[in-house]
Design a protein around this ligand. Structure first.
Ligand code: GLV
Ligand code: MG
Length: 353
């Protein structure tokens, strides 16, 4: 076993020291694009300022014979673009594919200074993170990178879910975890054929009417992803890293996308993937606390003083625990407002009301 004292030592001579805390930068939407698609690549400079994270996707959705074009496209785009405050991430191919090694070798040595986070798909256990961790340290040292590249795992296999806690704590590089509902459904042999979201067949039905057995009975659709998201959120919170909902594949169903994103937000997630520009605004709306909630949180914080004791506000009891919840909302609002002037204005206006 590695000594706790060595946990924050670089894994290669000359690699940057690991971070002790995950930097909390806004990442409400992780916007996916295909860097080998010239039309999409041309839009990068105009999309970058609209999103918190731009992710060059090399894995699924990129055809086998386009893998190199996507990888080389990302190198070119990263070199040619000033991203400002927007983070640049990539999703490499899975570790059992013939492309993952070259993805890491090329990207870290060519554009490692521009890459904030590397998303690793189909992570099954801590051993996958350890492999990437050591390799990244060697490549960072080789390329003279001074700031460690962080790692994000996709939770999309049954084994990965069984091992989610050890994945979350496998390395100081771990930045976060996203739910990958499409691959996870296949891995679990679920009988869905979609990318995330609910299913009309997954429901509970109200009891029969005792005096009319044939009377219609209301049904309520249930959330297929509740268990996994909740488990992922706990694993991430326990290890000080960030949880995310992943993709929502029905691009035209913006309402259900918003619902799915909001469920994840309320359970503790900080963002979701956007697969199409229409999902950018949805994620921005959902993963930014509402001005009314922020104003309420600040009212409670002000009334609670040092956070101890209890006060009543509008008939609702507040104590140390609600104070802490309000701090979560208020601190998130501060971080987002620092990047988003429109949001800053909306929060300030709501506080004055
Ligand atoms: C994402 O990669 C998924 O499989 O849902
Ligand atoms: Mg997947």
């Amino acid at each position: 076993m590695r000594s706790a004292k060595d946990f924050f030592r670089p894994l290669a001579v000359g690699a940057p020291a690991p971070v002790r805390e995950v930097p909390f930068r806004p990442s409400r939407m992780i916007h996916f694009f295909d860097p080998g698609n010239e039309k999409m690549a041309a839009k990068v400079p105009s999309i970058a300022p609209q999103v918190d994270v731009l992710l060059g996707n090399l894995e699924d959705a990129i055809q086998a014979d386009r893998k190199e074009a996507a990888r080389n496209g990302l190198v070119q785009i990263a070199k040619a673009t000033e991203f400002g405050d927007t983070q640049l991430w990539t999703r490499i191919n899975s570790l059992d594919s013939p492309w993952a090694l070259d993805d890491l070798l090329t990207l870290v040595t060519e554009i490692g200074d521009k890459l904030d986070v590397i998303m690793v798909p189909k992570v099954e256990g801590a051993e996958d993170i350890h492999y990437v961790d050591r390799l990244l340290a060697q490549l960072e040292a080789k390329a003279g990178i001074t700031r460690p590249i962080l790692v994000h795992a996709i939770l999309e296999t049954a084994t990965g879910v069984a091992n989610v806690e050890e994945i979350a704590g496998a390395s100081p590089r771990m930045q976060g975890i996203s739910l990958g509902p499409a691959d996870l459904a296949a891995s679990r042999r679920m009988k869905t054929t979609r990318v995330g979201g609910g299913h009309p067949g997954y429901l509970v039905r109200e009891d029969p009417n005792p005096s009319d057995a044939d009377a219609p009975r209301a049904t309520f659709q249930q959330d297929l992803w509740h268990y996994t998201i909740a488990r992922m959120v706990d694993a991430c919170a326990a290890h000080g890293i960030l949880p995310y909902y992943g993709p929502f594949g029905d691009i035209r169903d913006t309402l259900a996308c918003e619902d799915q994103f909001r469920n994840a937000f309320l359970l503790g997630c900080v963002g979701a993937w956007s697969l199409h520009p229409v999902q950018i605004a949805i994620a921005k709306k959902v993963f930014s606390p509402s001005p009314a909630d922020v104003a309420w949180a600040r009212k409670v914080i002000d009334a609670m003083g040092d956070g101890t004791g209890a006060v009543m506000i509008d008939g609702k009891m507040q104590d140390d625990a609600t104070y802490k919840q309000c701090l979560v909302v208020s601190e998130l609002a501060d971080t987002l407002a620092a990047r988003d002037p429109e949001l800053a204005e909306a929060y300030a206006a709501a506080e004055k009301e």
